[in-house]
Design a protein around this ligand. Structure first.
Ligand SMILES: O=P(O)(O)OC[C@H]1O[C@](O)(CO)[C@@H](O)[C@@H]1O
Length: 534
């Protein structure tokens, strides 16, 4: 099905458009049958009702006995208690004041110069939102604060970020924002500790450069308090990491960079007002959730491919990957039945992907549906003296749109389904709208398939196992240092038996320690028969 009079007529019949929001949702290339909405109406009404209860402060995350309040962040007047309302508004005011003071130089680095670089340390929901928003909204010359991120415990990554700051000669004027809701995430702690050590090596009083965004009373909060860090901003238990972009997690870095956080909040609030309405055909979040349900059969049978035709939205798919997959990827439904739910999300940007995986999308396994994001306004600035026509009457932006429409048709011809989301332009307001739209679509979809979107029990298993590996390493190093340890070294199997660890994990840990010069290794063939000593 490429563009024909039949597709035009379906386009007109199914189009959602909102002039005030500057947004349109085209679901005409999802071949749902005529009675689809009628059949799903009771379910979506139940989802609206659950969302309504959630917004009123119900315990929407029963496992953790928590309210779910990211919608209040942009409409504090809707928060269920005075205390929450007050917390949101005072934090926003504090962010405004702090960002203003830093940006104007009213608050300086300890050397008396204005802060000129911002390093954000966090992971998952405490990094993806700030990264996504900054890439979408900042200008390459976003003066006066440059920005970098650390979002892992990879020593190479940590060093790369520190070297970049060093290369710019900005260590003494770097402000470090450490973000962790729980305040105990090891990757974040490690990056923070390495950064603090780096500041100390430079003779700098690091607490006067460091700011914490974290839950009150968390390990990070206590540390920041004990060491008298420059500032502390709260994270609340009723905001989930993956829906925290419009809390201090996202607002503080954005404000420090000079992005318009109030427009972002206003965009999200406007989208919330529209998507709160329990009228399916007039609710773009409900339409999205229902399209996902149709495409995946309510069981994640197809993947969601995000194709924004806008370089600045490159990180949208990574941001949505966490939002969608951590929310929907669940073993059990709310009744405790095994359902193994989820929708896999991946993507990058068009038309770059035309030259990468679109080949498979058109001709390979048909196990996905695409969401195209179209931005009507081509550019924010004009660097050239005159707008350029790359061919008579044609601009680069015309080509970008041509590739979007061409790819959509090429996929439709081969029965590859797609949704198109069109926004007038990419601004703080429209970005806030996109964030709010997807947050609600995920919540509604979770209700449709009967799962809790607001917990993430699955991520704990890997964290616990990692702690076990570190404990095994400690036992191994102790065993290697024993006075009775044979001088010629010991095999992984022998050591595993001594420390009561799995031979495979023991072998992997020993190899890592040896590769980093922390123990000695006498190589043997086969590899796993090598001998290790302290
Ligand atoms: O903000 P925190 O507590 O450091 O957590 C970071 C991320 O880790 C997770 O808990 C998953 O491991 C995410 O849900 C969260 O966004």
């Amino acid at each position: 099905m490429s563009s024909t009079s039949a597709t035009w007529s379906r386009f007109k019949d199914t189009l959602y458009q909102n002039t005030e929001l500057g947004l349109a949702l085209d679901i005409s290339r999802i071949p749902f049958p005529e009675d689809f909405f009628a059949k799903r109406e009771a379910d979506i009404q139940a989802a609206f009702a659950a969302m309504n209860a959630l917004e009123k402060g119900a315990i929407a995350n029963p496992d953790e006995q928590r309210m779910v309040g990211h919608y209040w962040l942009r409409a504090p007047q809707l928060a269920p208690t005075d205390e929450i309302r007050e917390a949101i508004t005072t934090t926003r005011a504090k962010i405004d004041r702090f960002a203003h003071d830093i940006r104007t130089g009213a608050k300086t680095a300890p050397n008396g110069n204005p802060f000129r670089h911002l390093l954000v340390i966090g992971i998952g929901g405490s990094a993806l939102g700030p990264q996504f928003v900054d890439q979408a909204l900042s200008q390459p010359d976003q003066a006066p604060m440059t920005l970098s991120f650390m979002d892992n415990t990879d020593p190479d990554g940590i060093e790369a970020a520190l070297k970049e700051i060093d290369a710019q000669g900005k260590v003494a004027t770097t402000l470090v924002v450490v973000i962790s809701k729980s305040g105990g995430t090891v990757e974040t702690r490690n990056a923070m500790l390495e950064t603090a050590a780096y500041f100390r090596d430079h003779g700098l009083d690091y607490p006067r450069h460091f700011v914490a965004v974290t839950g009150e009373g968390s390990q990070l909060d206590k540390l920041a308090q004990d060491e008298a860090w420059l500032a502390r901003f709260p994270m609340w238990d009723w905001v989930g990491g993956r829906t925290s972009e419009l809390s201090a997690v996202g607002l503080l870095p954005a404000a420090l960079r000079g992005l318009d956080i109030h427009d972002m909040l206003a965009g999200a609030a406007a989208m919330d007002a529209v998507t709160r309405r329990p009228v399916t055909r007039e609710n773009p979040a409900a339409l999205l959730a229902l399209m996902w349900h149709y495409e995946t059969n309510g069981r994640g049978e197809k993947d969601m491919v995000l194709l924004p035709y806008k370089d600045r939205l490159l990180l949208f798919s990574r941001y949505l990957q966490q939002l969608v997959m951590e929310s929907l990827g669940k073993e059990f439904d709310t009744q405790g039945r095994v359902v193994n739910q989820g929708i896999a999300v991946y993507g990058n940007k068009g038309s770059t992907d035309q030259h990468a995986y679109v080949q498979q999308l058109r001709e390979g396994v048909n196990n996905f549906f695409v969401t195209f994001i179209e931005v009507l306004k081509d550019r924010r600035n004009l660097l050239l003296k005159e707008p350029l026509e790359v061919e008579p009457g044609v601009t680069s932006g015309d080509y970008l749109q041509g590739f979007y429409l061409g790819t959509r048709d090429a996929l439709s011809e081969k029965d590859r389904h797609s949704i198109s989301l069109t926004i007038d332009e990419l601004t703080p307001r429209s970005l806030g709208m996109l964030i709010a739209l997807y947050e609600r679509a995920v919540g509604l979809y979770a209700s449709l398939v009967g799962i809790n979107a607001y917990h993430q029990p699955g991520v704990e298993a890997g964290k616990k196992a990692a702690t076990g590996v570190i404990a095994l390493q400690r036992r191994l190093v102790a065993a290697l240092r024993e006075a009775t340890a044979p001088a010629e070294g010991q095999s992984a199997e022998t050591l595993a038996a001594k420390v009561e660890g799995s031979p495979e994990l023991t072998f992997k840990v020993l190899e890592h320690l040896a590769a980093n010069g922390r123990i000695n290794k006498a190589p043997r063939t086969p590899w796993y028969d090598s001998r290790y000593r302290a």
